[in-house]
Design a protein around this ligand. Sequence first.
Ligand SMILES: [Mn+2]
Length: 305
Amino acid sequence: MPEQKFLSLPNAPLDQANVVILPVPMERTVSFKPGTAGAPAAIFEVSDQLEFFEEDGGWSPFKHMTLTVTPAFDEEESNEADLHARLTSRVASLPADNLLISLGGEHAITPALVAGRMREPGTVVFLDAHADLRDSYEGSRFNHACPARRLLEQGHELLMAGVRSVFEAEVNLVEQDPRISLFMDWDLRGKGQWDSFLQKVSSLQGPVYLSIDMDVFNPAHVPGVGTPQPGGFLWYQMVEVIEALFATSNVDLRGVDIVELVPEPSRVSEMTAAKLLMKIVSFWGQANGFDFKEMTGSQMQVEYE
Ligand SMILES: [Mn+2]
């Protein structure tokens, strides 16, 4: 596979990159609309259409930070357990003091990504139309319907929001397990609920991982997903969540993933994912003081206008 780029920027050396993008085009257990393996490449392609200037932050993040897209994780391995273990070690081998954004691929990749990045118990903010709490699905514990369950087994707390498709055993598990905070999509419409969710996000402490299933968005806005559900987040709600996450300096964000995108002809969905990636980079960069730092290295040579 040829070298992939975000915003057409030349890739910085891995050990010097402030932002690392890891493509994980894994698609093995998709049950409805196929195509998520093509998501990383589609995101890189439309990223050409983004401005370098990030209008909400009021700065050009990559004038101050270095970026690299690492070679994609390849899923040669046939055995699922080995495959996920290999993904964990790949992630664990990456430099840890940067922002890691992984691009799926199906949601099944999240537990392996979290395991590689978060060895102690932390919180996973899990934005998804589905609870993904099944113990196994269609015969597999590595199915895209199961990642939240695997994260609990790793010892993490879950802060879930946007959920609007669950089955009964999942609801029972949520009620019984105090490690799960769930804001159902419908409940978020209730008086004050959205604000209390944001408050919860901005009061997180310690290690945090953010997992964004693109189906958390309203499917009229993001139709390109594997398992669409009516309802869901609008764009500016997502921006508010990202903003809340970086509202305090307590948060130790270990990683982010954007999963379950299925490229489609209008390209609106991949554009939304590309812009979301840029937004996360921008908020993270400012929270870490990069807007006051001068950048050195090859990416300085880029024409930013
Ligand atoms: Mn999911």
